[in-house]
Design a protein. Structure first.
Length: 402
């Protein structure tokens, strides 16, 4: 099997704010350095693209990236927002150029990076199909051969002779993906733009990407925050963190590393809540919130939702729904509320937690997936593959008869 994509020492630097250096003298120094074939003196101050850290105005979106992808592989690119995923795909798609390093691509590239990529708004859907094919170097006869398949897959046949500027975002994505998947490219690059489509079409797209990878031997690069889709489609995963390759391995190991290294069992808030924390204590899980609000809290309500690391909800609770008896006492604006989850018990693994805080009059704070927690050794169970046996350890009673 040959190498389809080879990336060597790839870096991409962006300057925040102004395009120039900020002064005429520095711009001249940069120009002189470029003429002499020397390194830009004002790129040496570049720092990692960590969105949570304030720093200079030059950052590395990507830094010293090295890896290879074999022909026919389906590879998932994962990482938090700002990790460099989209920048990497734009460089591979030749939308932008790297600051340093080299990429080697074997074959033609079809990419779907954002809604409407490569489409001319004044042209009809059919005309844009031919335009995209021509850009990729295909002849009209080659496009004619797959035209009906593209239109049928997209589901926009009724509007195929309508200018795409009148399409909805969902129609744009349907046609754009159909074009990218059916034109004869050796490498297919798809950013998380598929999230725009409906669930049925997303499933259809995943099936098509699996088909072109396994059946046609084409290379697929797929970016998504939906880990279940990544795991379903891809065998290899690349986890990017602050512009660097953190892990490149089996897709399950890459996803596990992303969830574990992003572990944060405490969330802090600007208003109303000082913190919410989640911890494993023996066979139980405790979620505790310290609140300090300008709203009178007659009785503090802490609701929670626990999801798998793939975003699948598995257990939730809310005192209003559970009809928990509240202790009588005075109305307070600050204090601590704590809930202990004793059952059902969770299998070993990483979980995401969403919280809802408020009182009998309504919600004060709602935060989705604001914390994560790793469960190990609950009820002394052995390490199981939760993808096969589930995530909840049930409480059962067994009887045996002669």
């Amino acid at each position: 099997m040959s190498t389809a994509i080879k990336i060597e020492n790839l870096s991409k630097i962006y300057r925040l704010g102004e395009i120039g250096t900020g002064t005429l003298s520095h711009d001249l120094h940069r120009w002189v350095a470029k003429v002499r074939g020397k390194e830009d003196p004002y790129l040496a101050i570049g720092e990692e693209n960590d969105r949570l850290v304030k720093g200079g105005n030059v950052v590395y979106s990507l830094r010293d990236i090295n890896f290879e992808i074999e022909q026919g592989e389906a590879v998932g690119i994962i990482g938090r927002n700002g990790a460099g995923k989209s920048t990497l795909l734009k460089i591979l798609s030749r939308v932008t150029s790297p600051t340093s390093g080299r990429i080697h691509l074997k074959g033609r590239v079809a990419s779907l990076l954002e809604v409407g990529t490569g489409f001319h708004p004044e042209l009809t859907g059919k005309e844009n199909i031919y335009l995209n094919g021509a850009i990729m170097g295909m002849r009209k006869k080659e496009i004619d051969r797959v035209l009906d398949e593209i239109i049928d897959f997209s589901g926009v046949e009724r509007y195929i002779d309508t200018p795409v500027k009148r399409y909805s975002s969902g129609m744009y994505v349907r046609l754009a993906f159909a074009v990218a998947a059916h034109l004869e490219s050796e490498i297919l690059i798809v950013d998380e733009v598929l999230a725009v489509g409906d669930a049925e079409f997303q499933k259809k797209c995943l099936g098509k990407m699996g088909e072109v990878s396994k059946g046609d031997g084409r290379t697929v690069l797929f970016v998504s925050h939906n880990f279940s889709s990544i795991i379903e489609l891809c065998r290899k995963g690349v986890y990017l963190k602050n512009g660097r390759v953190e892990v490149i391995d089996d897709v399950n190991k890459a996803v596990a590393a992303y969830v574990e290294k992003g572990q944060n069992n405490t969330a802090r808030f600007k208003d109303h809540l000082e913190y919410v924390t989640a911890n494993q204590v023996g066979d139980s899980i405790t979620i505790e919130a310290k609140y300090n609000t300008d709203i009178d809290v007659d009785f503090p309500i802490l609701g929670f939702l626990i999801k798998t690391n793939l975003g699948v909800p598995i257990v939730a609770s809310n005192p209003l729904i559970d009809l928990v008896p509240y202790p009588k006492g005075k109305i307070t604006k600050e204090g601590v509320v704590k809930v202990t989850i004793k059952s059902p018990k969770l299998m070993d693994g990483n979980y995401l937690i969403s919280i809802w805080f408020g009182n009998s009059n309504g919600n004060v704070v709602t935060e989705h997936d604001c914390m994560s927690i790793s469960i190990y050794g609950m009820s002394n169970q052995k390490q199981y593959n939760t993808a096969k046996v589930g995530h909840i350890l049930p409480v059962c009673e067994w009887e045996f008869y002669d």
